[in-house]
Structure formats: C-alpha cells, structure tokens
Design a protein around this ligand. Structure first.
Ligand SMILES: C[S@@+](CC[C@H](N)C(=O)[O-])C[C@H]1O[C@@H](n2cnc3c(N)ncnc32)[C@H](O)[C@@H]1O
Length: 319
C-alpha cells in the first residue's frame, strides 16, 4: 500500500490500485490536457482519453464514502480535424504588402510565360503573396496544415465519472491570466484567447459532513459560494511547464476536507497539491510518472515543512 505523506514515482493507472479503500477524503488533480506538452507528446487522443477514464474509474473504491474528486482541466482549443473544411478567409487587415491582385494580373498579361516565382521577383514580393492575391486564400495555421476546432472536455469527464459510479456535484470556472503570448493566432481569427479552465467536482455516495465553520464569513462570500474563481496563473514555469497556482488546491482543500484528512494528487507534478495539504494540516499522497518531477515535488514538500516548523517555533518564542 502507498505510504501517506509521500510522493510516489510511477503511473497513476498502476499506483492508484495500491491505495487503501475508503481512505481519500478528496482527490485533486490536473491531468495532461492533450496539448502536446513534453510529458504527453507521444500520446494519441484515444490513449489520452483512456488515461483520463481509467484514472477516474480507479477513484471509486479509494475515496471515502461522502468524499470528493476535483478535476482541473481545460477544453482543447486547437483540436486538429482533418475532415474540417478550410477556412478561406482573406485577412484584409493584414495585407501590408502593396501589391494588388490587379498588379499581378497585369504582370501576367505582360509576361504570360512567367511562373509564380518569376512574377514574385518582378513585383518584389513573395511567391506566397502572388498565390494569395490570385486565390484569395489566407488560411489560419497555413493552407497545408490540418484545420483545428474547439473540443469540449466536459462530456468525457462527466461520462467517465458517471460510469465509475460517481456523481457530478459541482463545477466552477477558474479565470486565469489571459494567454496572449501562446495564442498568437488570435490576431488572424475571430476566436477568443485562452483564459479560463474548469474545476469539476464529483461526489462518492455516503454521508458528507457540511461544516460551515471551515471558512470565514468573508471566504464564503469571496470564493466559497462562488462559481467563478479569479486566481492569477503561475508566471514562472521554469521547473515544471504546467503548474496550477497554490491557491487553487488550497481553496478546494479548505472547502472539502477537514484537518488530518488524506488528500490525493495522482498527477502531482511539482507537488502543489501536497504543499497546499501540508499548509492546511492535511495529509497527502502524491503520484507522478516523471522522476525529475518526483524529486521536485519532494523538495517542495520538505521546504514547506521546514518553513512551517520555523514559523511555529517563532510563534512559540513570541508567546
Ligand atoms: C498538468 S501537470 C500537473 C501539474 C501540477 N498540478 C502542479 O501544480 O505542478 C500533469 C502531470 O502529470 C504527470 N503525468 C502524466 N501522465 C501521468 C501518468 N500516467 N501517471 C502519473 N503522472 C502522470 C506529468 O508528468 C505532469 O507532471
């Protein structure tokens, strides 16, 4: 059985089977989003879906009756679809080159044997500009790339939870920093940029204690009872490329668990959930498949424990 207050190295699909039944008060995780990050780059869409479904399914026996599973995830905004027709959008506002369609047609009349490259040289522009002026195609992502559409994840998550015998209890929106930099394509489309994610909360049937004293009055008003959480994103992703902010698991832990409860994160990454659990006097189990992140998570837990111990010693001295 997996030890409590440890970060374990391995695949969630294997290690979740080694957690004691009816032991986890709340599991909080953010899985790979199928966005091609380093730790998921070799996974097909079907394999990704299988990972999410299997992991949700493995939660049913290990949650305490009345316990929760909170999943932080986002929709896939650029899902490649080879059946999607091409978006033949002439982007008028980006036509910075002064060569017009009429210029190209006139040049073709004067030089009927010229190919696109020769015409480009003559008009001092690129071959692509000649093509665009003649065919009016300025396609987002390049005209030879597969087109992309939005793919909602809520359906997959809801079905996996229901099939596992869990009930969707709540859903919230996390409003993060708008991702202007990673959404360069927004300037050549009508799409909105990436700036929110979901938190889906499942409940395992059983008695759930509702303790209104877990939060202060202002905490209930500011976030405990609110469906939208405004929390800035993690700016420094130098040690892990997809961390969620500490405040996110911290709120879930404060709301849905009691002191000393066991909190699980089976995609623990840099250890944010475990750190939040330590800070809130809860126990934790972390699982991570990448060895370098296991080390990072362990270090972060040790640092947090040391800081907490020092603060406690200081308070005792002050008293
Ligand atoms: C979105 S990140 C989670 C980041 C974490 N919430 C944090 O704040 O650092 C997903 C993590 O899951 C890990 N992972 C991916 N597939 C896994 C699997 N099958 N089992 C365990 N961990 C996995 C990745 O290596 C990555 O660290």
């Amino acid at each position: 059985m997996l030890q409590v207050n440890e970060i374990h190295h391995g695949d969630a699909r294997t290690l979740l089977k080694s957690i004691e039944n009816d032991s986890i008060a709340c599991s909080i995780w953010s899985p790979p989003y199928h966005l091609g990050k380093e730790y998921e780059k070799d996974m097909t869409y079907e394999e990704w879906q299988e990972l999410i479904t299997t992991v949700i399914n493995l939660h049913t026996p290990i949650l305490i009756p009345g316990g929760f599973l909170a999943i932080n995830i986002a929709d896939i905004l650029v899902f490649p679809d080879k059946n999607m027709p091409r978006i033949q959008a002439l982007n008028i506002s980006r036509q910075r080159i002064s060569v017009t369609r009429e210029d190209v047609l006139r040049a073709m009349e004067l030089h009927p044997t010229y190919n696109r490259y020769q015409l480009a040289e003559l008009l001092d522009c690129s071959e692509q500009t000649i093509d665009r002026r003649l065919n009016g195609n300025n396609i987002r992502g390049g005209k030879y790339n597969t087109q992309t559409r939005v793919h909602l994840v809520s359906g997959i998550i809801e079905k996996a939870g229901k099939d596992a015998g869990l009930y969707l209890y709540d859903r919230r929106i996390w409003v993060k920093d708008p991702a202007w930099q990673s959404s360069q394509w927004h300037t050549i489309s009508y799409r909105s940029i990436d700036e929110f994610e979901y938190i889906f909360v499942f409940w395992k049937p059983g008695i759930t204690v509702v303790d209104r004293k877990r939060l202060k009055r202002n905490e209930w008003a500011e976030w405990g009872s609110r469906g939208v959480w405004n929390i800035p994103s993690v700016r420094a992703n130098n040690d892990h490329e997809a961390k969620f902010p500490l405040e996110l698991p911290r709120r879930i832990i404060k709301l849905l668990t009691a002191p000393n409860d066991i909190v699980l994160d089976c995609f623990v990454g840099s250890g944010t959930t475990a750190v939040a659990a330590i800070m809130e006097n809860r126990q934790y189990i972390g699982i991570e498949k990448e060895a370098k992140y296991v080390e990072l998570a362990k270090e972060n837990c040790t640092k947090t424990r040391q800081t907490m111990d020092n603060t406690y010693k200081q308070i005792k001295l002050d008293i």
